[in-house]
Design a protein around this ligand. Structure first.
Ligand SMILES: Nc1ncnc2c1ncn2[C@@H]1O[C@H](COP(=O)(O)OP(=O)(O)OP(=O)(O)O)[C@@H](O)[C@H]1O
Ligand SMILES: [Mg+2]
Length: 144
């Protein structure tokens, strides 16, 4: 391929942004997935970053439930920025463990999972449904 730069024409080039294809997100999520233990540990680290003072891990048949008493997702904007979007940068000092805003992909790569926080519920099944999820707002808060 040859790249030509016309220095004489005086025409202004159009500034374009490079983009990431959604398929690369799929590759990243799949490649970071390790063991189920690591995926659960990642959830616990997220709980600590959310200010939790307790984290309960419950095994029930083929299900694992991880719940914490941290701040949760408090509004839809947080869900869109931090749950729905992978890679949103952290601000300095806002987390002890969280760095890349990617870690939740580990448990998503493992299995279907349901997230619940206050009035928000997110159902994720990327293996069967691809890179999308169902968001429900307004259901009753979960009680332990
Ligand atoms: N238990 C939780 N309570 C409240 N917010 C959470 C919880 N788990 C995840 N989050 C939010 O979702 C974001 C994404 O979590 P994720 O684990 O993907 O990334 P991270 O922890 O920021 O970085 P890393 O990629 O290093 O794990 C968190 O940064 C936080 O804002
Ligand atoms: Mg994390």
């Amino acid at each position: 391929m040859t790249k030509q730069i016309d220095l004489l024409s005086g025409t202004h080039p159009e500034k374009r942004e490079f983009k990431l294809h959604k398929d690369i997100l799929w590759s990243i999520i799949q490649s970071q997935s390790g063991t189920l233990g690591k995926a659960v540990l990642e959830l616990v680290m997220n709980s600590i970053d959310a200010g939790a003072t307790s984290v309960d891990i419950t095994l029930s048949g083929k299900n694992i439930s991880v719940s914490d008493d941290g701040k949760g997702f408090t509004n839809r904007g947080e869900i869109e920025q931090f749950f729905e979007t992978f890679g949103t940068p952290h601000t300095k000092g806002d987390a002890t463990y969280g760095r890349f805003r990617m870690g939740r992909g580990q448990i998503m790569a493992f299995s279907k999972n349901d997230w619940q926080s206050g009035k928000f519920a997110m159902q994720v099944d990327i293996k069967n449904c691809g890179l999308n999820y169902n968001l429900t707002t307004g259901n009753a808060p979960i009680t332990a």
